[in-house]
Design a protein around this ligand. Structure first.
Ligand code: PLP
Length: 373
């Protein structure tokens, strides 16, 4: 893997993120090629949380977008997206936030997931009085195809909820959500079989509901791992919602070797000490890179592939390597996070580089839980 050379990296503060524009553009082109058409895509913005990236996607013709938080939905709407699916069950103050969102963006087609009768009733009560928006609020029935995080798998419960959505004033059924983030099998044939067997539940439910005369226009499917499998389906209801592949990371590069995405988000870090001949201490602590992977594997240094990460504190990462002697305090290293999505959320902004130079900064617009709504 080639480490990007950035001629003005000495001016960049560290630890910080840098988005390599060429890699991002290539990943987006690859994503569209796998999908076969921009119309089948609904990328998840959780990976980047950036208005700048959303605007690039819009310019490429990707009009449908997915979010996990109201801040992400608001970021998308402010960037100009007119079709937003909030893949999250709305409870508590989030019901009121949905009303505020629709009032602020009346021309945005907006839907959220649901998997519970009381939740659908609360949403309908909030949406049934017209308040300036024209369309109904979309509801996407969350179908549990094996992740067991949210959703329903029992056909009669699914039917009862879907019928409730259809009959609820102020709401309209958009179809199903079938997210299968458990399908991370590395052998492609094994992953394909697991993805298709999970999809069977959604397909059968859809066929049954359509036979009852109920509209099921969309089945919003999967993440990056299942993306190439769902992309091969010809079912016109299928929408593809990968997120990570837009930036990619070493976690997915290892798990899904058949995919050809490039690391687009790098971490700029500096050596701040060489406490012993075989140790380098860098300024990329666990407040600068996602720490949900186990200690020792949260970040990858292509220039020091065999370095052992022996200590990871809030602002320090200690690497043990015989190559330490080649480095001195102040030297810059570029590294790739193992898990890119939570890494984005740790930074207020990221540098952007093009043509081997850092050329600007992009805000991580929706890293906060609340923008205005
Ligand atoms: C509901 C949902 N959809 C899509 C995605 C995108 O998946 P990936 O990160 O594998 O691209 C995620 C990731 O967490 C998710 O939770």
């Amino acid at each position: 893997m080639t480490v990007p050379v950035l001629e003005n990296v000495a001016e960049c503060i560290s630890p910080s993120l840098v988005i390599i524009r060429e890699a991002l553009d290539s990943n987006l082109r690859n994503m569209i090629a796998i999908a076969g058409s921009v119309d089948r895509l609904r990328p998840h913005c959780k990976t980047h949380k950036m208005a700048a990236v959303t605007k690039i996607e819009l310019a490429l013709g990707i009009t449908k977008h997915k979010a996990a938080t109201f801040a992400e939905a608001e970021m998308l709407a402010d960037a100009g997206v007119k079709d937003i699916f909030l893949a999250y069950n709305l409870v508590g103050p989030n019901i009121d936030r949905a009303v505020k969102f629709r009032t602020k963006y009346p021309d945005v087609a907006f839907a959220a997931t649901a998997d519970d009768a009381a939740m659908i009733t609360a949403l309908s009560n909030a949406m049934k009085e017209p308040r300036g928006w024209t369309a109904k609020m979309g509801v996407v029935l969350d179908v549990d195809t094996g992740l067991h995080r949210t959703g329903v798998s029992d056909p009669s419960k699914a039917a009862a909820l879907y019928e409730q959505i259809i009959q609820s004033p102020g709401l309209e059924p958009w179809g199903f959500h079938a997210y299968d983030g458990h399908n991370h099998q590395t052998p492609f044939e094994e992953r394909t079989a697991a993805v298709l067997s999970g999809f069977e539940l959604a397909r059968k439910l859809r066929d049954d509901f359509v036979a009852r005369g109920w509209p099921v226009p969309k089945i919003i499917c999967g993440g990056t791992g299942s993306f190439p499998v769902f992309a091969k389906l010809t079912d016109p209801a299928v929408e593809l919602s990968p997120g990570t592949c837009v930036f990619h990371d070493t976690g997915y590069a290892t798990a899904f070797p058949e995919m050809h995405f490039d690391p687009a988000q790098w971490i700029i870090t500096r050596v701040i000490s060489r406490p012993t001949d075989d140790r380098l201490t860098c300024d990329v602590g666990n407040k600068a890179v996602a720490s949900d992977p186990p200690k020792g594997s949260r970040i990858f240094f292509p220039d020091l592939p065999d370095a052992e990460q022996v200590l990871h504190n809030e602002e320090h990462l200690v690497l043990q390597t015989p190559l330490a002697k080649n480095y001195k305090p102040g030297d810059v290293l570029l590294a790739i996070p193992k898990h890119v999505c939570p890494t984005s959320a740790l930074h207020k902004w990221a540098y952007v580089a093009e043509g081997g130079r850092v050329t600007g900064q992009w805000d991580v617009t929706s890293r906060d839980r609340q923008i205005t709504i």
